[in-house]
Ligand binder design. Structure first.
Ligand code: OGA
Ligand code: MN
Length: 285
């Protein structure tokens, strides 16, 4: 109990909010929908408790936030009609828990699909099956991290753009190397290192493991700057670790957060299964 209270304090400290009184399986009234959208405009992490959702219900809830992405390179699409609702898990092809899957990108700080011209606005995960302990998702508030930077650093990164690359991200995370076709399909893109939140007008650091270097800067110098900014943004004051409970649905704003999964559970023994949907964003500016 005490730990729960502490965890909710951390959520609030990082700008998130917990919602315990809304059943997302129902069609939302206009007032409830407006309430949720207003919460999301002000809070980058929404934690809904005690949900019981099938894929169709998660799909319809996701539509409230915009266009659902249905192309996920390197990911498994597992339902036909609601194929945009897909699974994040540590299960191998035979459905057995495994700690040695070839996809490892989620274990490194990132913002979803930042290697696209038009990256993801929000992602939501709905907890279906969980290990007895461990396996949280960590979130780092990069809007607050930007605000806390020394003015000299803000000036230094003003106008800088980072290259985001699917291929380099996979190498860095030790994932199966990108195929030629995937490299052609996902050529590197560049985005501002500090992007403006389209709703609040605030700046947030925008980098993470998909960011490989800085446009117009020596490779090592750009890499060092990105590493320094990531270390700052993911330091304790800006981080919340979500310890999952069955029935949690967590959604987050990729425009001002980094996130990653922790592997601190026995991945060869226990299943961790979450249902995922993603909403398309806008070109970062
Ligand atoms: C994701 C992701 C982290 C997790 O679904 O985009 O990074 O904790 N997941 O599974
Ligand atoms: Mn992710």
């Amino acid at each position: 109990m005490a730990e729960d209270a502490g965890s909710m304090q951390r959520l609030a400290a990082v700008g998130g909010v917990e919602i315990t009184d809304i059943d997302l399986s129902q069609d939302l009234t206009p007032a409830v929908k407006r309430h949720i959208l207003n919460l999301f405009a002000a809070h980058p992490i929404l934690v809904f408790r005690n949900q019981n959702l099938n894929n169709e219900q998660q799909y319809h809830f996701t539509l409230n936030f915009g266009e659902i992405e249905d192309q996920h390179v390197g990911r498994h699409q597992d339902s036909i009609k609601y194929g945009a609702v897909h699974t994040v898990s540590n299960l191998d092809e035979d459905g057995n828990p495994s700690g040695a899957l070839p996809e490892r990108g989620n274990y490194f700080w990132h913002s979803d699909k930042s290697y696209h011209d038009i990256p993801s606005l929000l992602t939501m995960l709905y907890a279906v099956q969980l290990p007895p302990t461990g396996g949280p998702t960590q979130f780092a508030n990069t809007e607050r991290a930007y605000a806390a930077l020394p003015e000299t650093t803000k000036r230094r990164i003003d106008g800088l753009r980072a290259v985001h690359s699917w291929e380099s991200s996979r190498t860095k995370s030790g994932s199966a190397p990108a195929t030629e076709a995937q490299i052609r399909e996902r050529p590197p893109v560049d985005h501002p290192v500090a992007r403006v939140h389209p709703v609040r007008g605030t700046k947030a650091l925008y980098m993470g493991n998909h960011a490989s270097h800085i446009v117009g800067m020596k490779l090592e110098e750009g890499q060092a700057l990105l590493a320094e900014l990531e270390a700052h943004a993911t330091s304790e004051p800006f981080v919340y670790a979500h310890k999952w409970t069955q029935g949690d649905l967590v959604l987050w704003d990729n425009r001002c957060l980094l996130h990653r999964a922790l592997t601190n559970y026995d991945m060869d023994q226990h299943a961790r299964v979450l249902h995922r949907t993603v909403v398309r964003g806008t070109v970062p500016a």
